[in-house]
Structures are given as C-alpha cells and as structure tokens.
Design a protein around this ligand. Structure first.
Ligand code: C5P
Length: 245
C-alpha cells in the first residue's frame, strides 16, 4: 500500500449523516464504523442534537466534516469557525457568497486560534453553488449565465481568500482544478452510484466518475442511508472508488 493516505478509498468517502436524531445517527455510525472513516454532520442533525453529536462521533475515533455552510458577517463567521475548531472537527465550510472579506477573516481567525492552542487547523472549504441548483435556479437568485461560470468565479474567490478548497459538483472538478491548482481540495456531493436514485441532485455523477474527474472527497448520503443494508452500500461505493484510484 502507498504512503499517500489519499490512495486509501476510505479516506475519500464522507457519509452524510442526514438523520433526525442522535440515536439514529449513532446507530448508523456504529453500523458503518468498520469501513467508513469520515462522517458529515449537516444542518438537520446539528440543529436537532447540537455540538454533542460531533463530540460523540469524534470520541469514537472518526473524522468529522461539519457542513453548516456558515454565511454571515465576517466576524460572526470567523468566530463560528473558531467554535468548530474547538469542537475538533477535521473540516468545516462557509458559503462563498459571503465574499472574500468574510472568507479571509475566517481563515486568519481560525488559523490564529489553532496556532495559539497547538491544534491542527481544520480544512476550511467554501460552498460554491449547491449541487441541487441548475442554471435557472441560479438565474432566479440573480446569478446570470451558466452554473459552471458561477462556480468557477466563486472557487476563485475562495482560493484568493486562502481557503483550502470548495464543495462543488463532480462535473465541475476538472474546471476548478484547472483554475485553482491541483492542490486545491474539491469535495463533491451529488454522487450517485449507478444503482442509486438521483433524488434532488441535479448535477450528479458516479463515485468512479467523480474520482476520475479528480475529486478529493466524495459526500454520499441517501444512497447509503436509505439502502436496505447501509454497510453493503458503503462497501460497494468504496469498491467503485478503489476501482477509480
Ligand atoms: O443524500 P445525498 O447524497 O444527496 O447528500 C448530499 C449531502 O451533501 C447533503 O448532506 C447535502 O446537504 C450536502 N451538500 C450538497 N451540495 C452542496 C453542499 C452540500 O448536496 N453543494
């Protein structure tokens, strides 16, 4: 096995714990825990259970991506980022539409805090355009042109603000890596194995396709959570990732 941890399929899969209660989330973590390393805690679970759920999952030895898409004035987002770092999350995100001042203040605030406390700084990424949104959805909120152009512009703002990467659709990875560099992390939801429903993901791709496009981390929720046997679905997803690596 290579020394590069990113060659390990388990390092590349994040299971979105989009569940209503701590009990259900922790049961899911238990049933996937032998094969999955990263869990994503988003607004549904966090609003229901609060920071305790993050502390519990971290305490069980897993990595956590806190997906709360912070979008507020620069000071508030920077301090929310510090709170996320205090919780020990490995990754969190902000919304790129908050602008460069907001994003840079968050990176500097969290970096200073972590340096001061001797903590590893979480990976900080920005949401570009939600993967459920198509061109017309973006047009109606005043973002003209194609979704891809908006994503490229927002990814550039994130990069210039010192963020580590972005969340984007698998179809946009190559364009983002081209514009922002290979080392700029791209996390892709909107991943649908061939055997799964698309649900409300408009710009989706298979795990194999997403990895081949250069995606660093794949976020998968419903195809695993709603499967009759979630551990089997996770294993099949990991097998597809392994085939692409
Ligand atoms: O169930 P599914 O695989 O569609 O879950 C995708 C997850 O990724 C959800 O938790 C959703 O909130 C999140 N997400 C997304 N698109 C983004 C950012 C996050 O779908 N741009």
């Amino acid at each position: 096995m290579s020394d590069d941890p990113m060659k390990d399929p388990a390092e590349r899969l994040m299971v979105a714990l989009d569940l209503p209660t701590a009990d259900e989330a922790l049961r899911m973590v238990d049933s996937l825990g032998n094969i999955v390393r990263w869990f994503k805690v988003g607004s549904q679970l966090f609003t229901a259970c609060g920071p305790d759920i993050v502390i519990k999952i971290k305490g069980m030895g897993f990595k956590v991506f806190l997906d709360l898409k912070f979008h507020d004035i620069p000071t508030t987002v920077s301090l929310a980022g510090v709170s996320a770092a205090k919780l020990g999350v490995d990754m969190f995100n902000v919304h790129s539409m908050g602008g460069t001042r907001m994003m840079s203040k968050t990176v500097s605030g969290v970096s200073d805090f972590c340096a001061d406390k001797g903590l590893k700084r979480p990976i900080i990424i920005a949401v570009t355009a939600l993967t459920s949104m198509t061109g017309p959805d973006l047009n109606e909120i005043g973002i003209g042109g194609q979704a891809a152009d908006a994503v490229k512009n927002l990814a550039g703002l994130a990069k210039n603000s010192g963020l580590d990467g972005v969340v984007a659709s698998p179809e946009e990875v190559a364009m983002i890596k081209d514009a922002c560099g290979e080392g700029f992390v791209v996390v892709t939801p909107g991943v649908r194995p061939v055997w799964a429903e698309r649900d409300d993901q408009a710009r989706a791709q298979t795990p194999f396709g997403a990895i081949r496009n250069g995606s660093d981390y794949l976020v998968v929720g419903r195809p695993i959570l709603k499967a009759q046997h979630p551990a089997d679905a996770a294993q099949r997803t990991l097998d597809e990732i392994a085939a692409a690596l």
